[in-house]
Design a protein around this ligand. Structure first.
Ligand SMILES: Nc1ncnc2c1ncn2[C@@H]1O[C@H](COP(=O)(O)OP(=O)(O)OP(=O)(O)O)[C@@H](O)[C@H]1O
Ligand SMILES: [Mg+2]
Length: 287
């Protein structure tokens, strides 16, 4: 059961990516759990959830004994294959304060998930954008980190800083650091010079880190609309090109005219792995 978290600064698409990854994995038959570690509790809205009774803070409670009570995610479509544990803002803020007062409180989640393993084949942790107890908890509990980057100079700079911080984790917390699964660019617009330059730079960084550069997820207002409706883009606009940014390698570049690609190596960009397809294949191959 690989545990994956996405990390980078706020608004870079972490929740959107996690939610769509959960949807795709579940559709492909992978039992998936999505746990929210962000006190801004975005999952309630973007997953269209009812008022929860069991939330992330219950997992951290002193009397917790592995009695997880997650909510089904989009049950009519996913038939119970994906479940979600949302957070409630005030409760999670209290939990964060308590963790900050404990020595190595940031390892608590890792230990709980080890002591009371979830039955799911894939566990996704939706982490906050700022450094703090919950982002450290998510990173330390994960097997893999996904670096989610918005194609802006600020997000790019944050991603570079984050990699430096991550490389210090081993020394700081005395545990091995999760593997970087790859870098994914969300809100990518090929018309923008900055976005193109950033994608090129990220391809160099990915090679240096010996990790994947995933096929970018395009900027589309349909993500905002789907988010507001509490459903994935797959259900909101099933025929939209962006749907396949998750499951077709190099989808954004397939069929792109040479003049639009400029001097780019078509073979390289068309073969960038699609994130959701990659994760599902990884789970099916390695269990
Ligand atoms: N590819 C996209 N195209 C257009 N809008 C997008 C795209 N991806 C995400 N968004 C929108 O951008 C906003 C921020 O996305 P999201 O909440 O996923 O980011 P986040 O990194 O989880 O943010 P936070 O750090 O605040 O939790 C949301 O309104 C979402 O609908
Ligand atoms: Mg988020």
């Amino acid at each position: 059961m690989p545990i994956i978290t996405a990390f980078c600064s706020s608004g870079t698409g972490k929740t959107t990516i996690m939610v769509h990854l959960a949807y795709y994995a579940a559709i492909k038959g992978i039992s998936t759990a999505l746990i929210e570690l962000d006190n801004r509790n975005s999952l309630k809205a973007c997953c269209g959830l009812p008022e929860p009774t069991f939330t992330t803070s219950n997992i951290f409670a002193p009397n917790f004994q592995g009695d997880y009570e997650f909510l089904p995610l989009w049950e009519s479509t996913l038939k119970g294959k994906a479940q979600v544990c949302p957070a409630i803002r005030e409760d999670l803020m209290r939990t964060e304060k308590l963790l900050a007062g404990e020595s190595l409180g940031v390892l608590k989640l890792k230990n709980i998930l080890k002591k009371y393993p979830l039955p799911h084949q894939l566990i996704l942790l939706d982490a906050p954008g700022q450094e703090g107890e919950m982002s450290h908890s998510a990173i330390l509990a994960s097997d893999y980190i996904l670096l989610s980057v918005e194609p802006t100079p600020k997000a790019m700079n944050d991603a570079v800083q984050f990699v430096k911080i991550l490389l210090n984790y081993e020394e700081k917390f005395g545990v091995s650091i999760p593997k970087i699964l790859g870098i994914v660019v969300d809100k990518y617009n090929h018309e923008g010079d900055k976005a193109r330059t950033i994608l090129e730079d990220l391809s160099i960084i990915a090679k240096r880190l010996e990790t994947n550069l995933f096929s970018p997820i395009r900027l589309s207002k349909e993500f905002l609309n789907a988010y507001d409706l509490g459903i994935p883009i797959h259900q909101h606009r099933p025929g939209h090109k962006a749907v396949h940014d998750f499951d077709v390698d190099g989808n954004l570049f397939k069929g792109m005219k040479d003049e639009k690609l400029r001097s780019w190596d078509r073979n390289y960009y068309e073969s960038l792995p699609a994130l959701a397809k990659f994760v599902v294949e990884m789970i099916k191959q390695h269990g």
